[in-house]
Write a protein that binds this ligand. Sequence first.
Ligand SMILES: Nc1ncnc2c1ncn2[C@@H]1O[C@H](COP(=O)(O)OP(=O)(O)O)[C@@H](O)[C@H]1O
Ligand SMILES: [Mg+2]
Length: 525
Amino acid sequence: MSVKTFNNKELDNQSISINVSEESKQFTLLHEINTILTSSLNLKDTLSRLFDTLDENMNLKKAVLTLTNPYTSELRIEVAYGITEKELHHASFENWKKINEEVLSTEKAKIVEMLDDKDPLLGESEKSVEESFICLPLTLGKEKIGTLSIKTLFENRETLYQNVRLLSIVTLMLSQEVKLKRLMETEKAVLRSENIKLKDELTKKYNIHNMIGKSSEMYHVYENIKQVANSTATVLIRGESGTGKELVSHAIHYNSSRKDSVFIRINCGAIPESLIESELFGYEKGAFTDAHHQKIGKFEASSNGTIFLDEIGELSPAMQVKLLRVLQEKEVTRIGGIQPIKVNLRVITATNKDLETAVKNNEFREDLYYRLNVFPIFIPSLRERKADIVLLAEHFLEKYSKENEKNINRISSKAIDLLTNYHWPGNVRELENCMERCVIVCDSKTIQASHLPPTLQKNEIEITVSDKNLSFQEIVQNFEAELIKDALKNTNGNKAKAARYLKTTQRIIGYKIKQYNIEGDFQEE
Ligand SMILES: Nc1ncnc2c1ncn2[C@@H]1O[C@H](COP(=O)(O)OP(=O)(O)O)[C@@H](O)[C@H]1O
Ligand SMILES: [Mg+2]
């Protein structure tokens, strides 16, 4: 018996005479192995295909690939090829494992040209067969990745060393593949856990309990969301712009059994007429001049999830017909496609348009209107639920203070008056923008009236003027007093600064303060 150990360099230097046809055969084999290694992302699949190919080409009888656990450095069998369960527990296999450990720790290949009858590596059934044993380390730079060991029929020394040389190239390729696949698996695991975290966050964010508003009108909306979430009924969300229609559509999705699947929003008013069909239905390659690839439409992509068609009132008559068909047939046909595709849809739509008038004017199909209006949810405008204004303002104050790293935690009563009396044509969205601006301009702990945008301040004057029971002189005096109070508040009661603020003299300010008896009530805090 001849047992030899080689380091990598020595393996390369083994003078092996390979004839040309043998060399081209090996080259083809290496190419095939490379294709196998890069064909699948699953390491176990790749390895068993690799061993099949080696078996066909070098009469490999049994093979073991061990890999070190990157965290514990423990050597573990990844694939055992041609080895029965019984053989895995045979004493000879323990010896096999020991050799693997030794080869990896010394980083030197071990070759037994022919195992003799008493070799501890021989299993029960192998005693009379002429076998060679090859064990090679898998390393990459300083990193010890694992080992590849095989038992093969001994033909002659030349073939044996040709095989050794070929296997030493295979181990190098394997080392790189293992490392790459491990990196990808780690990355995949990180992405997966991030994905779960994000989904969790979305579910929390769009929980009904996170929607702000305690008015009876909003409780009605929450009830509607709960009732309809778990059905597949088409929902039509109505309400002025900025009332929270999109938020409600999210809440429906994230409270439904489809929450782990996709939520896709399409703004029907924002996509040009020429594109909306391909956006919604997709197309087959070659369906039109620019269709170089097949494209999956949003209906298909949202199957099993939720599709939210925002601003549905803007849909063209041609698309209205197509949408109606999808809702009725529950299938879509890609542009240029022949076969319709079944889709499991949950459709939510929203509009701020008066659809009933649009139907009367023949701008919106009546049959589609009835299809969409199965479960309407009306979100009242903000001025119809004044009770929610302060709650929402405080919510946005907290949100934007945090975002801007400011410590603002109060809204002055004067500012609250202005906020509640304003008519909010842009609803919650306008209130949110207003509070964000307040946080940016505020440099104290309290939002004062003066921090509010000019549109709300103007409102204050309108209130004063609109009081019909007052004389002209009284209105002017009230307005003057309010201006001075506001200036004093903004300057923390400093009369000189207030005078400068109003571009007048301190003497006039002093006189007016006495006249209107406003001394003492100018400080809010
Ligand atoms: N009840 C609410 N609680 C908290 N934020 C809200 C509420 N309603 C609306 N918003 C916020 O106001 C903004 C506008 O809401 P959105 O759903 O886009 O309105 P719409 O789709 O009706 O125009 C969004 O930033 C949304 O998060
Ligand atoms: Mg919207």
